[in-house]
Ligand binder design. Structure first.
Ligand code: AMP
Ligand code: MG
Length: 472
């Protein structure tokens, strides 16, 4: 179907890893709002398929993807630092695994396609608001070069879903090489099933880390490295994930489960993007340390499989992987190719300056390659510290090639207010053109996009107080 080469690999694991079940057929007359040609290419699908009426039926869960038995996965996790016990795909369904022309196996998962045995009294639905946010943000992250799940399609279910208020519902089709989480391993460890931990590890290694077959410790070290590098990617982009629970941590080091998340606008290291996170456990500047905490929870889950010394050794590599990658990314953002001993100070001083002035994070980098005045304006008029830093920077970068700065410092990130603009357009007016415009901006964030400069700016006054919470 749709030219996909389906292979049901996850279901080769024993039945205790999942529940086989069809989608619920959520809502009435599902309606395709948007589909993503770039993501389709990942699974070897031609965009012509989008026009096939069967496409909407399949990617809403109203018809099966022929040749595959859909399943919901079981996992557990630590939520906000506390063991939460069994969770699982409460509103997600794996409807396919497709092999692309490069030999890569990709999961095709519906999010919001109805209840499963893991729904725990919740409704199995996803609201339009959150689905649009995930649809746009996963593409924004991919365009920034940050590992992430992808989004293939967004379908309206024409059903009301109850959250704080009734909201329109949606089904999002998510793609990833794998949706396996740290919490999958924790699930079998904490229910006393070491053999299943081993089976799962061997499955993950064989499919996604084939060069490490037989080397469990080497594989754990690789998971640590990918996770550290993901954190460096988030931090350098000014991205915060609102719910860094172990069940939202990808074993492949992908950004996974977009709920409350945020690209920082006014730079504040203590930024909390999730209104529900009152303690600030997942504050922006805590995230690299939280990822390490999550890796420790994973290490415990693997403790029957990998020697303690090897696990500790793997965890010890985290900080240096993180620092190395973060430094590479931040140096690139400033165009510092030649090594100079004052560079770390220069970067640190810029961040301190941005924090004091609450300067816009994205523009503080983007505007470095423009007129001095446009950059200085971000720090308040005639800010002497900003002027002094800029002089230092101009001096330091004499002889550096800065022509590539525009290709590493995005003009567009998915600002909350921009996501909100897309949501209101779709929900209030059925205006898909605005959604599509914003989709194109975030997919090519380094381009200028004449006429859409406003979306590169901080929020207009009426959009300043937006809040995002766990409700999705
Ligand atoms: P999250 O924090 O959104 O990643 O979700 C945590 C757990 O709650 C996962 O097991 C989800 O599948 C489940 N969940 C979240 N929202 C719903 C919902 N509306 N219906 C069923 N399960 C849900
Ligand atoms: Mg989750």
């Amino acid at each position: 179907m749709f030219g996909l080469k389906l292979e049901n690999h996850y279901a080769r694991l024993p039945g205790e890893f999942y529940t086989l079940m069809p989608g619920e057929k959520v809502g009435v007359r599902p309606q395709l709002l948007h589909a993503n040609a770039g993501a389709a290419a990942l699974i070897g699908m031609e965009p012509a398929a989008f026009a096939d009426p069967a496409f909407t039926q399949v990617f809403s869960g109203h018809a099966p993807l022929e040749g595959f038995s859909p399943l919901a996965m079981v996992y557990s996790g630590h939520q906000f630092g506390v063991w939460a016990g069994q969770l699982g795909d409460g509103r997600a369904l794996l409807i396919g695994q497709a092999r692309n022309a490069h030999g890569e196996l990709w999961d095709i998962q519906l999010k919001g396609a109805g209840e499963t045995p893991y729904s725990r009294h919740a409704d199995g639905r996803a609201v339009m608001r959150s689905s649009i946010r995930e649809y746009l943000c996963s593409e924004a992250m991919a365009a920034l070069g940050i590992p992430t799940t992808r989004a293939l399609a967004l379908v309206a279910t024409n059903e009301q879903v109850w959250r704080e208020i009734p909201e329109p519902g949606a089904v999002l089709t998510r793609l990833a090489r794998s949706h396996i989480r740290f919490g999958h391993f924790e699930h079998f460890f904490h229910t006393g099933r070491p053999e299943q931990v081993r089976q799962l590890a061997d499955h993950v290694i064989a499919e996604y880390f084939p060069h490490l077959v037989g080397d469990h410790a080497g594989w754990f070290g690789e998971v640590v490295k990918r996770t550290a590098e993901l954190m460096a990617g988030w931090q350098s982009a000014g991205f915060a994930h609102g719910v860094m629970n172990t069940d939202n941590m990808s074993i492949l080091g992908l950004t996974l489960d977009y709920g409350p998340f945020g690209f920082m606008e006014d730079y504040d290291p203590g930024f909390i993007c999730n209104h529900t996170d009152q303690q600030g456990r997942y504050a922006f500047d805590m995230q690299p340390a939280i990822a390490h905490w999550n890796l420790r929870a994973l290490a415990l889950a693997l403790s029957g499989l990998i020697a303690k010394e090897a696990l500790i050794g793997g965890l010890e590599g985290y900080e240096s992987h993180y620092r190395t990658r973060y430094r590479v990314l931040m140096r690139a953002r400033l165009g510092l190719a030649r090594e100079d001993e004052g560079d770390d100070r220069l970067i640190g001083d810029l961040l301190a300056l941005m924090a004091r002035a609450r300067a816009d994070y994205t523009l503080s980098f983007r505007n470095l390659s423009g007129e001095d005045m446009d950059w200085l304006k971000l720090f308040g008029v005639a800010n002497p510290d900003a002027q002094a830093w800029l002089s230092r920077y101009r001096l330091r970068t004499q002889g550096e090639d800065l022509s590539g700065l525009g290709a590493v410092n995005p003009k567009y990130v998915l600002r909350n207010w921009v996501a909100e603009t897309a949501i209101r357009a779709v929900e209030d007016r059925g205006d898909i053109a605005t959604l599509d415009r914003i989709f194109k901006l975030v997919q090519s964030p380094f381009e200028t996009h004449d006429g859409d400069e406003a979306f590169a700016a901080p929020p207009p006054p009426e959009m300043r107080e937006l809040e995002v919470s766990c409700s999705s």
